[in-house]
Design a protein around this ligand. Structure first.
Ligand code: X8Z
Ligand code: ZN
Length: 631
């Protein structure tokens, strides 16, 4: 099963794949359906023993259906055809229908005095769905087909620049487009490619509208207000509290984002002139990424000459002719240095590490837990770049989490919450310091402290830039699901939110003939996104604690601490991963960090020297973008 983490990975959720993912139980916002017809009638009141029996049966059945669905999904994602799509949608539907039925049936045991473990399993059954198929089988089939086909259309998406001889067009896929956005400094080319990719999604705009209707219908039949409320219910707290919690975290980090945004804007203006306004939003095609979601690729344009980080990992990897397998071996080597076992042999036999030449695949990276046991896999079209070096660590974080909790009861084989799942590999990647690269032999000598601002700036371009993007995708979808955003305002509201949170603007006029949200994988593929915002905050909290456990010398700045090879940090990390979803996430957080709340002070600590430096550089330059949230 694919991991919930999207595809990334995770687990049993995957059962539900794409669908799914199991999400953390939490407090329901409304009781689930009490429809008596869905529960097996019993003559007498159900007992704790009945509940145990029910949970065991549900676990076994969902495991079986989940594995079948995962296998079908794997084949589809590594070989997109009409047939594989239909087979995968069918298997997904079977698994989801069963999950929905168990969610309804689980309400039979509301009020029964069960053990804490069974109580939690029942909660997970009721609250862990990403998608609930409506009870009408036709509608269930329609919904799973829509999701599968939108993801397939995204995976097959290409831009074929005009003016090429008929029959010999050279078309660009998302991998080609990613490379151009990362490396080209020709604004006309960037604009052309940006427009080209954003033409992939309008064909499935109608499908998305219907998907929203059907997903809401299924969620409502389970007693949730809408599909977005169902997504928010997986965090061991009432859904409204969760929405407030992410706003609280955003308020903490927003000043740091504003400082970075202001600095990058005036540096890009030096490069691109009036295409970049002095005080307005930054055009979304000039930030080195097709979605402007992280900006590390414009580092060379904004690098402080007096404080260069002094090396370019992409260049180093390329010069050494590093191959795909070696990229993954580096990641595995980090985990084994912490005391984790090597990846199973089947990982190497069954993973897809490069893009096959002869067929369409879903290139978006994901980590899979096919059998919820030892069959873990990576699916990725690896490029030999620093960005993909990080992504490999990200994905292996999912796979090592999956392996660590695979001894748990089936319903606990998942992350403490989905933000945890997304944060593990990134936490490890924060330990890819220059000193670590020297240990690997990739770098001769680490830059001295004069390179710190350059190092921090590069990291901020990757992590701080992402915060508002990670936040706004699901703020937008939550409103779509609730109906506050109607279909005829999809695109307009999308850009209003990108402006408000990110301070970016479309490089050309947009209209409701466009469907720009659908040009992002997770929107097309029905993968919740708030998890990445949480992970962006949590990974620094994890890193700060693990660095401390590893005895990073006092006074060493966090960005120079690496837990590579540290048994104590490894032990602490493993203990948390092994808990899976067996306890509410604040318990898992406490086990690792001693804190029970998500806390953005760690990311602020990490970047504190950079914040100070940015604010000095920004003197005399405007901060904010003059509209909406500008301050
Ligand atoms: O989707 C991913 C991973 C798989 S879970 C590659 N990420 C988000 C994205 O690409 O948009 C990682 C960072 C954010
Ligand atoms: Zn991930």
């Amino acid at each position: 099963m694919r991991s919930r983490n999207i595809v990334h990975a995770s687990a049993w959720a995957s059962l539900l794949m794409l669908i799914g993912s199991i999400r953390l139980p939490a407090i329901e916002e409304k009781p689930l359906s009490q429809d008596a017809s869905t529960a097996t009638p019993t003559a007498s009141a159900p007992t704790a023993a009945d509940a145990q029996k029910f949970v065991d049966e549900a676990s076994g059945r969902l495991l079986q259906l989940g594995v079948e669905a995962s296998r079908a999904e794997w084949v589809k994602s590594t070989y997109i055809t009409d047939d594989t799509e239909i087979l995968a949608a069918h298997a997904d539907q079977k698994a989801l229908d069963a999950n929905v039925q168990y969610a309804k049936d689980a309400t039979r045991f509301d009020g029964v005095n069960v053990s804490p473990g069974v109580g939690r399993e029942l909660k997970i059954l009721k609250l862990a769905l990403t998608t609930a198929t409506p009870s009408d089988p036709k509608e269930g089939e329609e919904l799973t087909r829509l999701i599968t086909s939108m993801e397939g259309a995204y995976g097959k998406g290409k831009y074929c620049p005009p003016g090429q001889p008929a029959g010999q067009e050279k078309c660009l896929d998302i991998e080609d487009i990613t490379r151009i956005m990362a490396s080209s400094r020709d604004p006309d080319q960037l604009l052309d490619v940006w427009r080209g990719w954003h033409a992939v999604s309008p064909p499935y705009r109608k499908d998305f509208v219907r998907y929203v209707e059907l997903a809401n219908k299924g969620a409502r039949q389970l007693g949730f207000a809408d599909n977005g409320a169902m997504w928010r219910s997986g965090y061991d707290m009432p859904p409204d509290d969760f929405a407030r919690e992410v706003d609280r975290l955003w308020d903490q980090v927003r000043p740091l984002y504003l400082s970075l945004h202001a600095y990058v804007r005036w540096k890009l203006r030096e490069k691109y002139g009036d295409r970049v306004p002095a005080s307005g939003p930054i055009p979304a095609d000039l930030l080195g990424n097709i979605w402007a979601q992280s900006w590390e690729n414009v580092y060379p344009l904004v690098e402080p000459p007096a404080s260069s980080r002094g090396y370019d990992l992409t260049q180093i990897l390329k010069n050494r002719h590093t191959d795909y397998t070696q990229m993954v071996r580096y990641g595995e080597g980090f985990f084994t240095s912490l005391g984790f076992p090597p990846l199973p042999e089947t990982f190497w036999q069954r993973s897809m590490l490069t893009k096959p030449a002869d067929r369409d695949v879903v290139c978006h990276a994901s980590a899979w837990h096919i059998d919820l046991d030892q069959d873990v896999r990576l699916k990725m079209c690896i490029d030999i770049t620093a960005e993909d070096f990080n992504t490999v660590h990200h994905e292996l974080g999912h796979n090592y989490y999956q392996l660590a909790y695979s001894h748990q009861p089936v319903l606990f084989r998942d992350g403490a919450n989905d933000g945890f799942h997304e944060a593990i590999g990134d936490t490890i990647a924060l330990s890819i310091t220059p000193e670590y690269l020297v240990k690997l032999g990739l770098l001769d000598k680490a830059p001295d402290a004069s390179g710190d601002i350059g190092l921090l700036l590069a990291k901020a371009l990757e992590k701080v830039s992402f915060l508002p993007f990670g936040l706004m995708i699901d703020k937008w979808r939550w409103q779509v699901f609730s109906g506050e955003i109607p279909p005829d305002k999809y695109n307009q509201t999308w850009w209003a939110m990108r402006l408000k949170y990110q301070g970016v603007a479309p490089p050309v006029a947009r209209s409701e003939a466009d469907f720009d949200p659908g040009a992002k994988y997770h929107v097309a593929a029905n993968v919740p996104y708030m998890r990445y915002f949480l992970a962006d905050i949590l990974q620094f909290q994890f890193h700060r604690s693990l660095a401390q456990a590893a005895g990073c010398p006092a006074g060493t700045p966090l960005h120079r601490c690496s837990i590579y090879g540290n048994a104590e940090a490894g032990k602490r990390l493993r203990a948390m991963l092994a808990m899976g979803k067996s306890e509410p996430w604040p318990d898992a957080l406490e086990a690792m960090t001693g804190q029970r709340q998500m806390d953005a002070t760690a990311i602020l600590d990490y970047f504190a020297p950079l914040k100070k430096w940015l604010d000095q550089q920004n003197q005399g330059h405007p901060v904010g973008w003059g509209t909406m949230n500008n301050e």
